[in-house]
Each structure stands twice: as structure tokens, then as C-alpha cells.
Design a protein around this ligand. Structure first.
Ligand SMILES: Nc1ncnc2c1ncn2[C@@H]1O[C@H](COP(=O)(O)OP(=O)(O)OP(=O)(O)O)[C@@H](O)[C@H]1O
Ligand SMILES: [Mg+2]
Length: 252
């Protein structure tokens, strides 16, 4: 996909001048980004650089100090609770480390978001069928009655992905989708993310410090350095940059 093709697209998510500090720990110092319809945008930054803080501001789990966040042309800082709930049903969030509910079976883990966002699907919602389809999408229908403690790390990540997908989000936010997985399992998760992207034409924001993941999946990348969008470009553009701060990410 060429840059001009991407730029001609609709913006589904936009962050402008986002600032967030915890006391005198200034984490985000004016971060900007734009996610276009249908693209995979990777955000890389070293540990502690504020990637999770940024994504949490985006979904309203943290309140930004200042800046604007627009999701599908709506300024989320200006939405009331019910409007925010409706919007949230369109944004899937795959948490860092899966975050399944340990006391619930896989089936119950998947039913949970459906119940919370039942308004989105109305009376026609067929919970059983939706749970089955979501599990089939990640190849784990046979795990439906297992507890999270009975799953491997890779399986947990797939179930978490199924739980995100079940709401048919237009935008998916992935926080470190491959962290803690061996390289082969990580590759399987990346393939799955690509399949989902193709099947549902979602737009994805992927936070990672896995260079292989970034190479495989990104249409564009942003490097989050010193609390700002330090560099923006394709993987190849950034990987061949001579700036030492940028080069540091691509060294193996
Ligand atoms: N709720 C919080 N209260 C206080 N400080 C916080 C809070 N959440 C994050 N921080 C601080 O913000 C900074 C950025 O944290 P964040 O979790 O966003 O890093 P990250 O880039 O996601 O790192 P990693 O790659 O390790 O996941 C850290 O210094 C962290 O201590
Ligand atoms: Mg993080």
C-alpha cells in the first residue's frame, strides 16, 4: 500500500497533543497520532515510555491532563457516559497479558462483554452462536469449557482475542499482543491478527516492542520517544534511519 493511498483514507482515531503526568513523572508530553481506516499502525517505544498509559487514555481508563482524542469523529472527552458506552462497543482492547477472568470458564469470559454491550446487538443477539463463532475464529472451539488456568500462554492470548472480537469492533487496540510468547506462538498470533483484519476490515493500533511483529504487521509505525511521536513512517523507512534514537529500536 502506498503512502498516498493510506493518506486518502478516513481517519478513525486521532490523538492531538496528549499530555499525562503522574506527579513529576511526565510520561506523555504532547503525543500525536492518526489511525486510518483499515490500516495496521504499530507504536513502538521502550519499556516505561508510556505506551500503555497512552492506550488507557484512549479507552478512558486513565484521564489525560490535556489534549484531544477523537474516535470516529467524536471527541471522547466531551461524551457523556451512555455515548461513551456505545462508542466503546466499537473499540476492542486486547490488554497487555490477556487479562482473562480467572474464575470464569472460557465461555463465560466471552459471554461477559456480550452482556455488557447487549444494546449493540439488540434482541437478535444469539449468545451461544456468537461465542462459538468467536472461538472458531481463533481455532479454539474445543476450549469452550476450560478454565483460564488450564490454558497455555498462547491459548490465553487467543481466547483474549476472541473475547475482543466478539463485539465486532471497528477498531482494535492491541497492547503487546506477542509479549511473553515463544517466537512460533508469536507468529501464530500475528497471522491470526492479519486474518481478522482481512475478514472484518478492522483498523488496528498495535503496541509492541517486538521488531519481528512490527515488521510483519505494520502499514505504518510511530516511535514513542520522550513522550512524543518522535518518528513516523513505514517499517523500512524507520529501520533505515540514521538517527541513533531510532536505530536503537532496530538493532538485534
Ligand atoms: N496508574 C499509574 N500511576 C502512576 N504512574 C503510572 C501509572 N501508570 C503508569 N505509570 C507510569 O507511567 C510510565 C509509563 O508506563 P507505561 O505502563 O505506559 O509504560 P509502557 O511503555 O507501556 O511500558 P512496557 O513496555 O513495559 O509495557 C511509567 O513510568 C509508569 O511508572
Ligand atoms: Mg505497557
Amino acid at each position: 500500500m502506498s503512502n498516498s493511498e493510506i493518506e486518502a483514507r478516513k481517519t478513525v482515531l486521532q490523538i492531538k497533543d496528549l499530555r499525562k503526568s503522574f506527579g513529576d513523572n511526565h510520561v506523555l508530553n504532547g503525543f500525536n497520532m492518526e489511525l486510518y481506516q483499515g490500516e495496521n499502525l504499530v507504536i513502538m517505544g521502550k519499556s516505561g515510555s508510556g505506551k500503555s498509559v497512552m492506550i488507557k487514555c484512549l479507552v478512558g481508563l486513565l484521564e489525560a491532563d490535556s489534549g484531544t482524542i477523537r474516535v470516529m469523529d467524536k471527541d471522547i472527552t466531551k461524551l457523556d457516559q451512555s455515548a461513551m458506552d456505545i462508542l466503546r462497543a466499537d473499540i476492542g482492547f486486547l490488554f497487555q497479558g490477556s487479562a482473562l477472568y480467572d474464575s470464569m470458564t472460557v465461555r463465560e469470559n466471552l459471554e461477559f462483554p456480550l452482556r455488557r454491550h447487549s444494546k449493540k446487538f439488540g434482541d437478535e443477539m444469539n449468545t451461544e452462536q456468537m461465542v462459538h463463532e468467536a472461538l472458531e475464529n481463533v481455532g479454539l472451539l474445543n476450549a469452550i469449557d476450560l478454565m483460564p488456568s488450564e490454558l497455555s500462554g498462547g491459548m490465553k492470548r487467543r481466547i483474549a482475542l476472541a473475547r475482543t472480537l466478539i463485539l465486532r469492533p471497528k477498531i482494535i487496540l492491541y497492547d503487546e499482543p506477542t509479549s511473553g510468547l515463544d517466537p512460533i506462538t508469536a507468529k501464530e498470533i500475528i497471522l491470526l491478527m492479519q486474518e481478522i483484519q482481512n475478514k472484518y476490515n478492522t483498523s488496528s493500533l498495535i503496541i509492541t516492542h517486538d521488531v519481528d511483529c512490527a515488521r510483519a504487521i505494520s502499514d505504518r509505525m510511530i516511535l514513542l520517544i520522550d513522550g512524543v511521536d518522535y518518528a513516523v513512517g513505514t517499517f523500512d523507512q524507520l529501520a533505515s534511519d540514521n538517527d541513533p534514537k531510532i536505530k536503537a529500536f532496530f538493532k538485534h
